[in-house]
Design a binder for this molecule. Structure first.
Ligand code: CDP
Length: 227
């Protein structure tokens, strides 16, 4: 196979299983996985850590100068030298991240970083605006959905496994609220790109969802896992 750089965009609502699927697809194809949600979460944590109000645009933007976010190949997220991998999944961050993600200057700064990451390598990038805004020329665009009930149960179980204390009700509320804010914001809102392929994973196992994404990638680019 030639060395063409391929980009795969996976967008969709909260807790639709995008990162689980994207990670596996990237590994199977030897592409780099980029979790753009982790970047918005890292900024949210940086704002909270400095004692600033994450609902206040002016205050929140002050974390941008010098901001450094590293997504390591082993999945760790480093922000300004701190390992924030675990803390960015906490309810305090989840409950504020959609406000931070609605601020234009914060989005522009992170989008620059995301485009830079996808410049010289093949990527699977997941988020809300990858196919519509970050990589509008992506070779493959997937819009991954599942019912809100399914998504809430999946995220609740993930939290349990990570030792993050939440109730199913809280998680469902968080998912609904974030979807509302993410879809309703003025700049680069959550919505399917017109040329995206819709995959509903409500009744799919992780492996079935991975196979469905791989089938679209094969159809659009001819690329398949090597073994
Ligand atoms: O994993 P989950 O679906 O819960 O969310 P995430 O991918 O970690 O993203 C967290 C939040 O970041 C989302 O609810 C959005 O507010 C924001 N986000 C965004 O606005 N644009 C992206 N490309 C990725 C995430």
């Amino acid at each position: 196979m030639e060395d063409k750089i391929i980009s795969v965009a996976i967008d969709g609502p909260a807790a639709a299983g995008k990162s689980t699927v994207a990670k596996k697809v990237a590994k199977l194809l030897g592409f780099t996985y980029i979790d753009t949600g982790a970047m918005y979460r890292a900024v949210t944590y940086a704002v909270i850590k400095r004692g600033l109000d994450p609902k206040d645009e002016r205050q929140s933007e002050t974390v941008l100068p010098g901001l450094k976010i590293d997504l390591l190949p082993d999945g760790r997220v480093i922000c300004n030298g701190d390992d924030v991998t675990t803390v960015i999944r906490e309810p305090l961050v989840s409950g504020n991240v959609s406000y931070i993600a609605s601020f234009k200057n914060i989005r522009l700064a992170l989008v620059d970083m995301q485009r830079e990451m996808a410049k010289c390598r093949s990527v699977v990038m997941d988020g809300r605006d990858i196919g519509t805004y970050v990589l509008p020329e992506a070779d493959v665009k997937i819009y991954q959905i599942a019912s809100v009930e399914t998504r809430a149960v999946r995220r609740y179980e993930e939290n349990l496994a990570k030792g993050i204390p939440t109730t199913l009700k809280e998680v469902e509320e968080d998912v609904r609220t974030r979807d509302r804010i993410d879809s309703g914001r003025a700049f680069a809102p959550l919505k399917p790109a017109p040329d995206s392929v819709l995959i509903d994973t409500s009744f799919m196992s992780v492996d079935q969802a991975v196979d469905a994404v791989l089938a679209v990638i094969k159809e659009k680019t001819g690329v398949t896992p090597q073994c």
